[in-house]
Ligand binder design. Structure first.
Ligand SMILES: Nc1ncnc2c1ncn2[C@@H]1O[C@H](COP(=O)(O)OP(=O)(O)OP(=O)(O)O)[C@@H](O)[C@H]1O
Length: 317
């Protein structure tokens, strides 16, 4: 497979903002990152909070610059390109962020928001072509074209995230950085969004850098995965291999600690049938456990019985 994105010896140093200005010391959050992402591939990035996942995503779309090292996109070194020289690549690399509620301009209609993505990238479309494109994008993301006239506050979280996805795919990118894109959504909505991402990948042959703390979701959605620990890649490989036979002690600990809390993939991805789930109860998921168990067992949340240990595990989390 041809390389789409390559990180070569990437280091990132921030200054520690928790300290007073005169006491600030540099903090290295990424150490010597080497990764290659192929065309049409879904590459998962996992690791605990603060391990540097989002920083890697931000470097990819040049929201931030590496302190040293190089980033190659389609074999072109894009690390130090001027804004103008980067413009053609900007169109090919899009990002979708976690919080759909803040991702959209509240004063713009949904249609105007998507049109803005088209005009920002200097597409040569006239107004009626843009409106047609907006309608097509809404349909492709499972929404009615009529929603174009609504404002963000009139939409659900899932609908807003679909608009975020429509904006991201508007100019036919080849790579999408998906940073915790379902973390803020209800579990049933997560399923729809993740299935939409899989459909769009097959339809438009995009690659995803898929950043998530939810190991079960990453396992199911990713072709390959890298495990970040304190800014270093400690393990990388085919998703199934890493999840089934983790070699690095940190990966083993991460998988073991997630086993009581991870998403039930049978609920999220029913098409995977009886695939393994990391959840001891099969249903636990942070503080939504009642709801999740209800969904798993197809019951009302009020009638779900939860074992004391399951419940305690959720309270601890
Ligand atoms: N702009 C910044 N200035 C200073 N430090 C930063 C900045 N952005 C991130 N950091 C620090 O870099 C480290 C890595 O942050 P990052 O957001 O990449 O981690 P993460 O793995 O995505 O975490 P989470 O899963 O909690 O989002 C953290 O210690 C964070 O506090």
């Amino acid at each position: 497979m041809m390389s789409l994105l390559r990180f070569q010896n990437i280091n990132k140093v921030y200054s520690d903002r928790s300290l007073a200005l005169f006491k600030r010391a540099p903090v290295q959050v990424l150490h010597d990152i080497n990764l290659t992402l192929h065309h049409k591939e879904i590459f998962g990035i996992i690791g605990e909070s603060g391990s540097g996942k989002s920083t890697l995503g931000r470097l990819t779309v040049r929201l931030s610059q590496p302190s040293s090292g190089h980033i190659f996109f389609e074999n072109q070194n894009i690390t130090n390109l001027s804004k103008k020289a980067f413009q053609p690549y900007r169109k090919k690399i899009q990002i979708i962020l976690q919080d759909p509620h803040n991702a959209l301009n509240p004063s713009l209609s949904v249609g105007a928001s998507i049109e803005e993505a088209l005009t920002a990238q200097h597409t040569q479309m006239n107004a009626s072509e843009r409106r047609e494109r907006v309608a097509a994008l809404l349909q492709q993301t499972g929404l009615s074209p009529a929603i174009a006239n609504r404002r963000p506050h009139e939409l659900s979280g899932g609908q807003k995230q679909r608009i975020g996805i429509a904006r991201a795919i508007a100019i036919n990118p080849t790579l999408i950085v998906a940073d915790e894109i379902v973390a803020a959504l209800d579990v049933s909505v997560q399923a729809h969004i993740l299935n939409l991402m899989l459909d769009l990948r097959s339809q438009f042959n995009m690659a995803y850098l898929f950043i998530s703390h939810d190991l079960a979701i990453v396992q199911k959605i990713s072709d390959r995965v890298a495990v970040l620990y304190k800014g270093r890649i400690v393990e990388t490989g085919l998703s199934d291999e890493v999840f089934q036979n983790p070699l690095h002690p940190y990966t083993q600990t991460l998988l073991a600690s997630s086993s009581a809390t991870s998403t039930d993939t049978k609920t999220i991805f029913p098409q995977f049938g009886n695939g393994t789930t990391n959840s001891s109860s099969g249903c636990c998921f942070y503080n939504q456990c009642f709801r999740r168990k209800a969904i798993c067992e197809n019951k009302s949340p009020d009638t779900v019985e939860i074992s004391p240990t399951h419940h305690i595990a959720c309270l601890i989390v």
